[in-house]
Design a protein around this ligand. Structure first.
Ligand SMILES: [Zn+2]
Length: 374
């Protein structure tokens, strides 16, 4: 019998198990960008950007997938030709049978993700999320005739409802009495047209991640015995413990901004930084966010950070930092994120080994910071 190998869809599942889809921002476009989910998989390459050189390197290495941080597709595209940059990447990836899968804000926010790796790299201890993430959960309450609640609950669980952390099949059930009067043209499961009915019902409550809602509702419609189903959807503000954008924590010892800047430069292997704040000011509490995190300046300040380490700092962000009295270190978008290449490669390789998958993961080492100092 032929050996059953893994497919692209297994890799997508693995990526989303490590970097949950629920953590991605609404505007983001994570997951499969290009590729055939059913295609065979033996080798995977990991890069920061879905650039042409990374796709070509994946192809030349014999990889069937490229896992990137930045997504390839953000805006709808009107045509795919090798004449524009994105089109050329899609074209090349499809011709070479290289799937592109991206883990972007879900990787940023993961408990064991980009920002926690950055914090470890910079020696920022006891760190917690700078901006905790909303889990994008909904509460689903559905009223089911007594005796049918288990069947409905099982259908909801099977389609993705009821998962809280490592616990699944979570629900709450309470008894009550439902009333209704079937109108003309109805075909009621209980009762008669025109007669008010009192029925023993179960109020079944469970939690649903937003991205699974359509599937859950579809399943519910199929198994629920009523013609018209009474249900409530309630938005929840529950956060995912330990997950969120950026991190904040403390250095083991107080230091100066300049001394900390030297450490950052070395740890991130970048040849230049831009600093906001006097070199001799004291630094102990550090906020950080890989990529473009200047939007978290106010949040970092509110939480008492002495400095925010990030990339893509603009002139007005710098002025704002001066006004607030918080220091900033702009180490660049590339330098604050490139560590994901090695880390994601390692995390995926370990997770694949635990599943006894014979897949090889390889870091793409050909990426350079597009900025050059002159
Ligand atoms: Zn980025």
């Amino acid at each position: 019998m032929a050996k059953q190998g893994q497919r692209i869809q297994d890799l997508i599942g693995l990526v989303h198990q490590l970097y949950a889809l629920d953590l991605a921002e609404d505007w983001d476009n994570v997951g499969l960008q290009v590729g055939e989910p059913g295609a065979q998989l033996e080798r995977v390459m990991v890069s920061l950007d879905p650039g042409l050189s990374a796709v070509q390197a994946a192809r030349d290495a014999g990889a069937q997938a490229l896992v990137t941080h930045h997504p390839l597709l953000f805006r709808p595209i009107k045509r795919i030709t090798p004449e524009d940059a994105v089109g050329q990447v899609i074209w090349t990836a499809m011709r070479a049978d290289v799937a592109i899968i991206s883990a972007h804000t879900n990787l940023d926010c993961a408990v064991d993700g980009l920002n926690s790796w950055l914090a470890a790299r910079l020696g920022v201890q006891q760190n917690t999320p700078l901006q905790p993430v909303d889990g994008n959960y909904l509460k689903l309450v559905v009223f089911v005739p007594d005796g049918h609640e288990q069947g409905v609950a099982e259908a909801l669980f099977a389609s993705g409802a009821g998962q809280i952390g490592a616990y699944d099949q979570c629900s709450f059930r309470s008894n009550g009495e439902g009333t209704f009067r079937p109108g003309r043209g109805t075909n009621p499961f209980v009762g008669e047209v025109g007669q008010t009915e009192h029925v023993d019902e179960i109020r079944l409550e469970t939690i649903v991640p937003k991205h699974k809602l359509a599937r859950v509702l579809e399943k519910m419609q199929k198994v629920h015995p009523y013609e018209e189903i009474a249900y409530d959807l309630v938005p929840l503000q529950n956060q995912v413990p330990g997950a969120g954008l950026g991190r904040i924590g403390r250095l083991e010892q107080e230091t100066t901004l300049d001394a900390f800047a030297s450490r950052v430069k070395k740890a991130l292997e970048c040849d230049h930084l831009r600093l906001i704040g006097a070199g001799d000011r004291k630094v102990r509490k550090v906020a950080l966010c890989g990529g473009s995190g200047a939007g978290l300046l106010q949040t970092a300040h509110r939480q008492g950070a002495d400095v925010l380490v990030t990339g893509d700092v603009k002139y007005h962000d710098a002025r704002h930092a001066e006004e607030l009295g918080i220091a900033m270190i702009d180490a660049g978008h590339f330098a604050t994120e490139k560590l994901m290449i090695e880390q994601v490669t390692e995390a995926l390789q370990m997770a694949a080994r635990r599943r006894h998958w014979e897949i090889i993961f390889e870091a793409y080492t050909g990426e350079q910071d597009p900025f050059r100092l002159y």
